[in-house]
Design a protein around this ligand. Structure first.
Ligand SMILES: [Zn+2]
Length: 284
């Protein structure tokens, strides 16, 4: 039985801003860019790591391809793949949480919204993890929090740098307080890792918001963002409604944040691997 009951059936609200998903773009041999409307060969767009060759728009990139892009070929070893989410509250909104997990697993083939393991970049070992936005908006529940904490734990034990790619709407509301606790847990694991004096590079993708932005994502020794990523705690719509003021153009986008000293660099996918390698060389 659910821990509370609702009289009125309300549609489940995602607290996450929409992110482009490759599935929406059709499966033909042509790809039309949302930003510039240019039509290019899908193969070229995919070869370009889902970046529009014409205007540089960065579309969502599946997690596995991101590891291919960043890590040395064949070096990635996935760990903690067997961790699967539970339903501690017996939560039901428009749908039972259990059913939602099952259908998302069927649709994405993922157990939860985070994939992690170890690999190498230009021969240097790293403990690495990446959010999968396609799994319930990349929301952080107990499993995601545990896996993020283990990225830092492994980095601590092996004395190697840590890299986390975030793309998330924040906490997973279906796990209530268990989800919120992950902010403290991941930050504590990161704090312990700091004692080995190896770098933690946080890469924020579109979008990075909520409890993830408010914990380990913004605690990187170096904080990098992809171009035009939406990054912040509450989304712009919520802020506008709260303060009743129009927000400046480009608010909460990478380009706005770097101007205001909130991030260290904006790095496009084409040079991400090289920049990470350079950082690890300098700091690792
Ligand atoms: Zn374009």
């Amino acid at each position: 039985m659910a821990w509370f009951s609702k009289q009125k059936k309300v549609k489940a609200k995602e607290s996450t801003p929409p992110a482009p998903t490759p599935a929406k773009k059709g499966e033909g041999i042509w790809y039309q860019c949302d930003a510039c409307s240019e039509v290019v060969a899908r193969a070229d767009w995919e070869k370009n790591w889902n970046v529009c060759p014409s205007c540089g728009q960065h579309d969502a990139l599946p997690v596995k391809r991101r590891f291919e892009m960043i890590l040395d070929k064949g070096s990635f070893q996935e760990l903690d793949a067997d961790l699967t989410p539970q339903d501690p509250l017996g939560f039901t909104d428009a749908k039972k949480y259990r059913d939602r997990l099952r259908s998302t697993y069927k649709a994405t083939g993922l157990r939860d919204a985070f994939i992690s393991g170890v690999g190498t970049i230009e021969g240097r070992p790293v403990s690495v993890g990446c959010f999968a936005f396609e799994f319930m908006g990349g929301s952080m529940g107990s499993v995601v929090g545990e896996k993020v904490a283990r990225v830092f734990d492994r980095a601590y034990e092996r004395r190697i740098p840590a890299i986390v790619f975030s793309s998330t709407g924040g906490a997973r509301m279906q796990e209530g307080i268990f989800s919120l606790m992950q902010m403290a847990k991941t930050s504590a694991a990161l704090h312990r890792f700091r004692s080995v004096r190896k770098p933690y590079v946080s890469v924020m993708l579109h979008p990075t918001t909520g409890g993830v932005a408010a914990s380990f994502a913004w605690l990187g020794d170096v904080v990098i963002a992809e171009p035009k990523a939406l990054i912040g705690f509450a989304g712009p719509r919520v802020i506008e409604q709260t303060i009743r003021e129009k927000l400046p153009p480009g608010f909460q986008r990478s380009e706005f944040l770097i101007e205001h000293g909130m991030i260290d660099a904006i790095v496009p996918r084409a040079t991400m691997r090289q920049r990470l390698g350079q950082l690890l060389g300098l700091l690792g």
